[in-house]
Ligand binder design. Structure first.
Ligand code: ADP
Ligand code: MG
Length: 398
């Protein structure tokens, strides 16, 4: 067992244990040879060879080091060193950059369930990392995506760590494969030794369900191998069906790759069990849009709020499509200008409440169109109007 302040390789001063799964120990350490004292913290993973530790564990550990060395991504820790200590027994050590932040597992434990918005942000960031890994030639499969292997960095970015279960397509798996992954997050095919890029997508889906419900996916009920999570959370229909699709038991029914999953998430497309993409009719919409401008209780999604140039620059036209009838006040001289400013502030919230929208994405798309229109047409027309008024005023005075 290592002691605190112990020095490894005359270089890494052990500070605090981060993990211990019985076979591997993970430690936070200070690199005494670091050029920059500010960035001298590193993570040292140790594998003690012998006894219960088998060749398979060493093979995976060496592969972890090898793969980490080859990767170059801003949200994956950088490889620093690999060593072997022949003390009373044999130790292997892998040193990597330390990511300051909190693993999602710890964050969930301390701060409670994640919101839909935060979960979607995590999904987008992890899918971008997975897209990088899967598109490498040869592709790299992580095979152990779960809350403890994702770190919410102090810079509010999500980092992926622990490449200890990684599969490198270049290294042909032998006839006897090593089962890796964590029960509850890894899909069925992975336990049969057939891992595909979709297996990482499934594990991401299961992880997101854990973050949203606060319940480990292995403890949630299952039906036909599908995780039953909808009774535990209230989600937008688009995100709920996206989660169902990414956690389909058969890899063929999931998204075919990380980019497809990312596009579907960002566009707010709605998937149905028969795998068709459908845009909902307005009458089918299940969200609180269209609840009425005076409704004080309906929640307006945070990510649609903000200053609205479309409403400010073209208040008279904009109100027709969004049915914000108080905007008619814009036609009244003098007070009308105040209404335009009010619409700039409150326009998005009023538009969300005054009519029904298919999805948040449809809403954003629509408002973006008005903002661009406002800049291109509304602003020049206003400037011409003000210049005319000014010249009229100057003529009048002089
Ligand atoms: N590069 C890193 N930066 C910060 N924390 C890390 C880093 N790598 C691992 N950790 C933390 O240490 C824990 C254990 O490390 P991990 O690589 O996941 O080991 P194991 O293979 O035993 O699961 C992780 O859950 C994470 O909290
Ligand atoms: Mg881990």
């Amino acid at each position: 067992m290592l002691q605190l302040q112990e020095l490894l390789q005359e270089r890494y001063q052990i500070q605090r244990q981060l993990g211990n799964n019985g076979i591997r120990q993970t430690w936070l350490a200070k690199d005494l040879q670091a050029k920059d004292d500010q960035n001298s913290l590193v993570v040292v993973k140790l594998l003690s060879f012998g006894g219960a530790i088998q060749w398979d564990d060493l093979k995976l550990f060496e592969r972890e080091a090898q793969i980490l060395k080859q990767l170059n991504h801003p949200f994956i820790p950088k490889y620093i060193d690999y060593f072997c200590i022949d003390d009373s027994h044999l130790w292997f050590g892998l040193v990597q950059e330390y990511i300051p932040g909190k693993p999602l597992k710890e964050k969930l434990h301390q701060e409670g369930k994640f919101t839909e918005k935060n979960t979607q942000t995590i999904a987008v960031q992890v899918l971008k990392i997975l897209s990088y890994l899967h598109e490498l030639k040869p592709g790299v499969l992580h095979r152990d995506i779960k809350p403890s292997n994702l770190i919410w960095g102090e810079d509010n970015q999500i980092y992926l760590v622990d490449f200890g279960a990684v599969q490198d397509k270049a290294a042909k798996e032998s006839v006897t494969f090593t089962v890796v992954g964590t029960y509850g997050y890894a899909p069925m095919e992975q336990f049969g030794g057939r891992t595909v890029p979709g297996s990482d997508l499934y594990a991401l889906g299961a992880t997101l369900i854990h973050l949203l419900t606060g319940i480990c996916p292995a403890d949630l009920p299952q039906q036909d191998l599908r995780i039953q999570f909808t009774d535990y959370i209230n989600l937008s229909l688009a995100f709920e069906n996206w989660l169902k699709k990414i956690t389909e038991p058969s890899p063929d029914n999931r998204f075919s790759n990380a980019n497809e999953a990312l596009n579907a998430l960002q566009s707010g497309e709605i998937y149905f069990a028969n795998r068709e993409i459908k845009h909902l009719d307005i009458k089918d919409v299940i969200n609180n849009s269209g609840c009425g401008i005076l409704n004080k209780y309906a929640q307006v999604p945070d990510d649609i709020l903000g200053w609205n140039w479309g409403a400010f620059l073209m208040p008279c036209l904009w109100l027709w499509t969004n049915k914000v009838w108080p905007g008619l006040i814009c036609f009244v001289p003098i007070i009308g200008f105040v209404m335009a400013i009010t619409l700039g502030f409150k326009g998005n919230e009023w538009a969300w409440k005054s009519r029904r929208w298919r999805s948040i994405e449809q809403f954003k798309h629509h408002q973006k169109g008005w903002a661009i229109g406002g800049m291109m047409i509304g602003a020049p027309v206003s400037i011409i109007f003000w210049l005319f008024s000014l010249s009229y005023l100057l003529d009048f005075i002089f």
